[in-house]
Design a protein around this ligand. Structure first.
Ligand code: ADP
Ligand code: ZN
Ligand code: MG
Length: 492
């Protein structure tokens, strides 16, 4: 069997969250609207209606192009992509063919610590289509379809990578990076299960070491990052089996069947000329003023990569924590607000790292369990920094902190309030701990003997006994000191 290398190129569609649609004044937000209530002659595709270019959408796509290091065309145009399908109201989509707005960019991805650059061929403007629902009439058993035109004409940005991706994991990382960038830019919700972020994967394989490409297959219908990953893995495997058994990979479009975990042939691949592209006669060419592009560039927000670097530099975080904390703009802002608050209230130099630990582990776990977002939890940055203050001053130890954060999470109360409610305090006073220490020593003569015979780890065991007896409320550092002090005194 030959050793193959996968070659992958991704086409990603993202809906823009502009206030109106791409070519008409209907609201672009359709998620909660009654079917067919956000429509007008333009997005219904009625003859005689005329489209108008949405400037906000063009601004958004330029932001995306700049974030992906693309060249922004000063001269661009729109084209009709013709195909018959019931979700396409006009019978064509207004897209961009030979003069896309953004070209020649890149996106860096890192897999297992290795960084690779994936080229971006183009980013162009499109419009979304109507939504079809296929149903069954329970009375007659007959199938029927419903058309909701609300989504028709919502601005879509298509981003096309070069065939530079070499594994399913790299494809997943690439998609996650792009999603994060869109969210940082604030131009799209980029949500795969809501359908505001969709991906088609072009997959081919070639013998390792070869520098020509194999025949590619386009895979569609994945609706999560996990399904993109699985679909690519499966498709690579399928093609390898075809080639190994002496067959030929056929250029076609295949659909991913989530339940079966396989791809299945949908149609033979259409060529560009099947779409009879021609310049959109109802829209003027688009001339983009370079001064406007410069202005947009000036106003670009901080992007994930820069923020990650800054988190490492400003907060002394390990790269791993910085990656996790910058995964969404909401979480990054939450973390920064927490640290600023903690520092303003006299937090130590190390409070940034402590904040990262509590945010990622305890809060992360609670958010996971409740299927919520960390930054949307009832523990505001102020409240979390309040808890960090109590931990830093030693009022609470880690076990009390864990109980406190859980209570805060569920009740929305301040750290001080839950400490009072639950009677949480770390016992650090040596007089208060003297009894428990004495009892642990009296009850464990073997551990004492071991320690006196030079086995220092026996002291740890005794500390554990005291922690147990105080239900985790004793300050383990103080207990450790007290135990060693007593045992050393016994050495005489
Ligand atoms: P088409 O003419 O079918 O639209 P393109 O060359 O425009 O093909 O590429 C469409 C997508 O397919 C791009 O993302 C590109 O990177 C990817 N692609 C092109 N050739 C290959 C290949 N041999 N293997 C995998 N992906 C490919
Ligand atoms: Zn409309
Ligand atoms: Mg193409």
């Amino acid at each position: 069997m030959t050793d193959y290398e996968p070659v992958i190129g991704l086409e990603v569609h993202a809906q823009l969250r502009t206030s109106s649609k791409m070519y008409c004044a209907c609201p672009a937000d359709y998620q909660d609207a009654e079917p067919n209530t956000r429509v007008c002659p333009v997005c219904l595709g009625l003859p005689g209606s005329l489209p108008v270019i949405n400037r906000e959408a063009i601004r958004s796509i330029i932001m995306i192009g700049l974030a992906l290091h693309c060249s922004i065309a000063s001269h661009s145009k729109f084209d009709r992509k013709n195909y018959p399908y019931p979700d396409l109201m006009k019978g064509y989509q207004i897209s961009q063919y030979d003069l896309p707005l953004c070209t020649n960019g890149y996106l860096d991805v890192s897999v297992d610590g290795e960084r690779r650059r994936v080229g971006i061929e183009r980013v162009h403007m499109e419009e979304d289509v109507a939504k079809l629902s296929h149903l069954n009439d329970p009375a007659t058993g007959k199938g029927y379809s419903l058309v909701d035109v609300n989504r028709s004409g919502v601005p879509l940005v298509e981003m096309v990578s070069r065939p530079d991706i070499r594994s399913a994991e790299e494809a997943r990382q690439y998609l996650m990076s792009y999603q994060t960038i869109l969210r940082y830019l604030g131009v799209s919700t980029a949500n795969m299960d809501e359908g505001s972020f969709r991906c088609d994967a072009n997959v081919s394989i070639r013998p390792k070491g070869s520098d020509t490409f194999g025949t590619k297959v386009e895979v569609k219908n994945m609706n999560s990052f996990r399904s993109v990953f699985r679909a690519i893995e499966h498709e690579v495997e399928r093609q390898a089996q075809v080639l190994d058994s002496g067959g030929r990979v056929v250029q076609e479009t295949r659909g991913w069947l989530e339940d079966k975990g396989v791809t299945t042939s949908l149609r033979s691949k259409e060529e560009a000329n099947d779409y009879r592209y021609f310049p959109e006669p109802d829209l003027p060419p688009l001339n983009v003023d370079p001064a406007w592009v410069a202005e947009i560039e000036e106003l670009l927000p901080e992007l994930p990569e820069e923020r990650r670097k800054r988190f490492v530099d400003d907060y002394g975080l390990p790269a791993y924590d910085a990656v996790l904390l910058t995964a969404s703009p909401g979480l990054a802002q939450y973390y920064e607000a927490t640290v600023h608050n903690a520092r303003a209230n006299g937090g130590s130099d190390g409070v940034a790292k402590t904040a990262a630990n509590w945010t990622l582990t305890e809060l992360g776990r609670l958010a996971n369990e409740t299927h919520t977002e960390i930054h949307e939890s009832r523990i505001t940055p102020e409240r979390l920094s309040g808890l960090l203050g109590l931990l830093e001053e030693g009022t609470l130890g880690t076990p009390q902190g864990k109980r406190a954060i859980e209570e805060m999470f569920h009740t929305g109360k301040t750290a001080e309030a839950v400490v009072a409610d639950l009677g949480l305090v770390q016992i650090s006073d040596s007089n208060a701990l003297a009894d428990a220490v004495g009892q642990a020593i009296d009850a464990n003569p073997q551990a004492v003997a071991d320690y006196l015979a030079g086995k220092e780890t026996a002291a740890k065991f005794l500390v554990g006994q005291v922690m147990k007896a105080t239900r985790g409320n004793a300050n383990p550092t103080v207990v450790g000191e007290l135990i060693v002090e007593r045992l050393d005194a016994m050495k005489g």
